[in-house]
Design a protein around this ligand. Structure first.
Ligand code: TMP
Length: 207
């Protein structure tokens, strides 16, 4: 389909994905790669509008299946608007979250089932999977305390109780095992430069 390379970053709240993506983008650009960095849910006009509905703290009654379908819709739109065109141009696409977020959060933590959520995402993505995925492994209590220290605005999912974030973490562990060829588990509880060095090494081996 394309000559670019699609790389995704996964992890709980406060795992450091945003900073890592910025550092990796800078490094790859310095080596003359064309890089697009983006995020889910959102990343394009319609996908951002869907994001606002999903994460709105005024929507506490959202049904879990509705939530899963909205994430899949946002994913579909973002793929069509941003990811596929960039891959067709030969870019490296660095995406903050993708299908594995839905498997861990909706499939496992919300209890909808990893396989059921995988199925709706197959439809949404037509089977497009990243070439590489990094799960930044940080314990939920550590990640959550980082975002509190950052004073970042809390969205509807951030506000879930610690039990939910622990279930997300367990979900990621299961998903990482299930897709162990694609997903690299990276210890994120270290200095950011050490985490970054591990990731960039793996990326440079693949591209
Ligand atoms: P973030 O941009 O701060 O990571 O917020 C996105 C939130 O949405 C985060 O709590 C993870 C959650 N999420 C899901 O539950 N399922 C998904 O498929 C995606 C992409 C994100």
């Amino acid at each position: 389909m394309s000559s670019g390379i699609f790389i995704t970053f996964e992890g709980g709240e406060g795992s450091g994905k945003t900073t890592l993506i910025r550092l990796i983008k800078e490094h790859l650009e310095s080596k003359n790669y064309q890089v697009v960095s983006t995020r889910e849910p959102g990343g394009s006009k319609i996908a951002e509008a869907i994001r606002n509905i999903i994460l709105d703290v005024n929507n506490p009654d959202m049904d879990y299946k509705t939530e899963a379908l909205l994430y899949a819709s946002s994913r579909r739109q973002h793929l069509v608007d941003v990811v596929i065109p960039a891959l067709e141009k030969g870019c490296v696409v660095l995406c903050d979250r993708y299908i594995d977020s839905s498997l861990a959060y909706q499939g496992y933590a919300r209890g909808l089932g990893i396989d059921a959520v995988y199925k709706i995402n197959q439809y949404a993505t037509e089977g497009i999977l990243p070439k590489l995925t990094f799960f930044i492994d940080v314990l939920p209590n550590v990640g959550l305390s980082r975002i509190k220290d950052n004073n970042r605005d809390q969205n509807r999912l951030d506000k879930e109780k610690i039990k939910f974030h622990e279930a997300v973490y367990k979900g990621y562990k299961l998903v990482s095992k299930k897709f162990k060829k694609r997903i690299h588990v990276i210890n994120g509880a270290r200095e950011i430069t050490e985490v970054y060095n591990d990731i960039i090494k793996i990326i440079l081996e693949k591209i």
